[in-house]
Write a protein that binds this ligand. Sequence first.
Ligand code: PLP
Length: 483
Amino acid sequence: LDPKSFSEDSMTVIDFLADYYKYVEKYPVQSRVEPGYLLQQLPNTAPHCPEPLENILKDVNDSIIPGLTHWQSPNFFAYFQANASTAGFLGEMLCSGLNVVGFNWIASPAATELECIVMDWMGKMLKLPSSFLFSGTGGGVLHGSTCEAIVCTLAAARDKALEEIGGDYITKLVVYGSDQTHFTLQKASKLVGIPRANFRSLATSFSSEFALSPDVVRAAMEEDVAAGLVPLYLCATVGTTATGAVDPVEPLGHIAKEHKVWFHIDAAYAGSACICPEFRHYLVGVELADSISLNPHKWFLTNMDCCCLWLKNPKSLIDSLSTDSELLRNSASDSKAVVDYKDWQIALSRRFRAMKLWVVIRRNGLANLMVHIRSDVNLAKRFEAMVLEDERFEIVAPRRFALVCFRLKPKVDRGDGDGSDLNRRLLDAVNSSGRAFMTHAVVGGVYVIRCAIGSTLTEERHVDDLWKLVQEKARFLLLDNTL
Ligand code: PLP
């Protein structure tokens, strides 16, 4: 690693990326390549000799970029975004450039201490109770994904429960979420050894606006207890993936306490919005939770990857995940006066993600982060208003954040059935135009088109163009000139 060529080559790559951002709007948003396309274009063995950076960047341009779905395009309205920003990129450069591996405190004291500081900063911005903060009685850690956060908290809950009821009883433990909970909970349950039959995906409905009903949870837990099972873990979601629904945290928290189950809040997407006072009420009752997670890589201007996990009792996580290796023994760890993050996560090695989040927070400040959330929400309101003005369309689930779920209303006399096929064709037509990309969900048996707003480059004109595109494709589909 020669500092001079490091600087020159890095500048070349940064210029390449700056150009990419300049023209990203011009690419078809969703990639159009066929499976296996890349093997047709690249050699199938590694080069023996070093290659010039220019040749590599040429291949990125000619072969890789056409195979990308452009997540940073202003016309990307699919899934939930992976927000990129200059600050996020600068932080990522520092993280990657310094390339330290802070698995325990001594392996890079600043990496650990910055993570503790940043987790408290984030927690305070969200007005989390001090029971989740290092400055209080809890603490937080940065993972790469919500899935990891849930696996780790489930492992902690499992071990705590098995210690109380006896190690052989894993087959009795039950995990609860709703049919809107992200599938990551089911995957995590499998990974920690919860029997498939003990995973409860409790029904939600249009009438509950796709939120988990406390009565349904209570009934399910009581039924399981009566059958000799042991409720273990309840996951509430603030901002579900399909529609942005919010489970009622406070009543669910009380039920969790009654049954002594671990209560986790998955705020992967919408947690970021809770830094704004007008959205903070969605976290009322958070003090009843054992843990809460949020992905800054979704809606907090933080480049991939970054997931915040706060715990009220980090010791339960450490008890479950710590391993005692002679190779890593050191006096700081022995003194118990430091945080060793290897015991808060699955892997040993870890990235210096705190650097990235720290730069994002400092370069924006709480003020600009709130502006960012509010401007996306306003764009979503703008799109929602356009949908509502057109009586052929309907909003299928209430919009709470920057996600709008809508569809063309099916008509019996047109033979639209339940409308799934009609809306699938509409979405295909929009996406295959290359001018925008949205995804779908099926909720309460209804196929909906999701318009998730939040790409950093998206402006009003992109939202307006999206709506024109939807109308244009609908007109073609319905063969109706009045649209
Ligand atoms: N939870 C919610 C509510 C999500 O929307 C998502 C992803 O969209 C996840 C969890 C999964 O997050 P990750 O990919 O970080 O595991």
